[in-house]
Write a protein that binds this ligand. Structure first.
Ligand code: GLA
Length: 389
């Protein structure tokens, strides 16, 4: 009798545990907690998106920041592959755009000026004499409205923000929406859309710093990178594109065959000296507006692979050149130079002043819509080279 009773209890316990872990693993879900308050008293929440494989993205509605992203290595071990901070106060210090949504304009606009419909607009200048990443208070430093979305293929949330006419010098009330979806295919998908009531310019991007060996675990120089681009946009000393679309062939900017990020980063090449490493826009192959592969990164020690797919015409490769060991990130990790890389899908920098670049003008009544997907997988050894478009 006693034995049977014990057996039944054991069976019950097993079923409950199994049931719970099945629930925990099997169902994509979103949970929400308070993360902190801004200096002007606005509440900021942290949303945890978990997909059916237990892959997890944490996102706050301050700056639309991805604070952590846990993906498996080739042995199934989850690790956090983005740089970030443990608490809101560190994000409020507003340094280096870790993980944030960038707007209205990703990267630089020369001298913070552009002319549209015959009117010259003067933007906030926050990077030498230039305008960078939306100005003094870009979309990375505002509190967004957030809500959880129900989707069939994963976990999702929506962020919205109304950027008022004149904010940071830009014309038009711009109504912006960003949807993050963590799909059950281990993709973090970012959908950006916007409308305006006056002609304006727009160029939204995502500024996550990745380290596929795990955040804080050394530099990213051994990550092997493929970029689907035959050209890049060289810059002047202020990181403003000169207007040239230079062929990558024969330069340290040729990533059309997978190459370690660090293999040529210190070469004596003018463009690498200017940016203290890579801090440049690549002209992506293939037709803009169609979702196509922009990049693939393979980290040999963990086997993690990240592919970037986008509808955008360009992508900024930034190799964490300005990280200098003064930032203390999650779990007390110190972020030294080149501890993370960014692949910021975008239109080219300074497009409002470059008639030969694809336009960033958004007309009144028109709808802006772009998509970028970061897809995670693993491999035993480096996957074969991908054909360029
Ligand atoms: C972008 C810019 C860089 C730098 C980083 C953040 O990638 O091009 O120059 O501002 O963001 O520090």
């Amino acid at each position: 009798m006693k034995t049977r009773c014990r057996f039944l209890i054991l069976l019950l316990l097993t079923l409950v545990t199994f049931g719970l872990s099945f629930e925990a693993k099997g169902q994509a879900r979103v949970t929400k907690e308070r993360f902190g308050d801004t200096l002007d008293g606005k509440g900021v929440d942290i949303y945890t998106l978990t997909n059916s494989h237990g892959v997890e993205a944490r996102i706050i509605n301050y700056g639309g920041i991805v604070t952590s992203l846990k993906v498996p290595d080739r042995n199934g071990k989850l690790d956090d592959v983005v740089l970030g901070f443990d608490n809101l106060d560190d994000y409020l210090k507003g340094r280096t755009y870790l993980g944030a949504i960038i707007g209205r304009y990703g990267n630089r606009i020369a001298k913070g000026r552009f002319t549209l419909n015959g009117v010259e607009y003067k933007l906030a200048v926050n990077n030498g004499e230039n305008h960078l990443h939306g100005g003094l208070k870009g979309f990375d430093k505002v509190v967004w409205q957030a809500r959880v979305l129900k989707v069939p293929n994963g976990a999702a949330m929506e962020l919205t923000y109304l950027s008022k006419d004149g904010e940071e010098g830009y014309p038009g009330n711009l109504s912006v929406k960003v949807i993050y979806t963590l799909t059950n295919a281990n993709e973090l998908k970012v959908d950006y859309s916007a409308t305006t009531d006056k002609d304006t310019v727009i160029n939204l991007t995502q500024h996550s710093y990745f380290n596929l060996a795990g955040q804080g675990n050394g530099d990213i120089l051994n990550h092997r990178l493929f970029i689907n681009a035959a050209r890049f946009t060289p810059t002047d000393a202020g990181s403003i594109p000169t207007g040239e679309l230079r062929r990558v062939r024969g330069t340290p900017f040729d990533f059309t065959r997978p190459t370690a990020i660090g293999a040529r980063i210190n070469q004596d090449y003018d463009q690498l000296k200017l940016g203290k490493g890579y801090d440049h826009n690549f002209v992506l192959n293939g037709r803009m507006g169609t979702l196509r592969q922009a990049a693939r990164v393979y980290e040999p020690t963990t086997g993690r692979v990240m592919e970037v797919w986008t509808t955008e015409p360009g992508m900024q490769l930034y190799t964490g050149n300005f990280l200098d060991g003064t930032l203390i990130g999650k779990d007390g990790k110190i972020y030294q130079q080149r501890y993370g890389f960014c692949l910021e899908t975008q239109h080219y920098p300074d497009s409002p002043n470059k008639p030969n670049f694809p336009t960033t003008v958004l007309r009144k009544g028109a709808r802006y819509h772009t998509t970028t997907t970061y897809k995670f997988s693993t491999a035993k050894s480096e996957p074969p080279a991908v054909a360029g478009g």
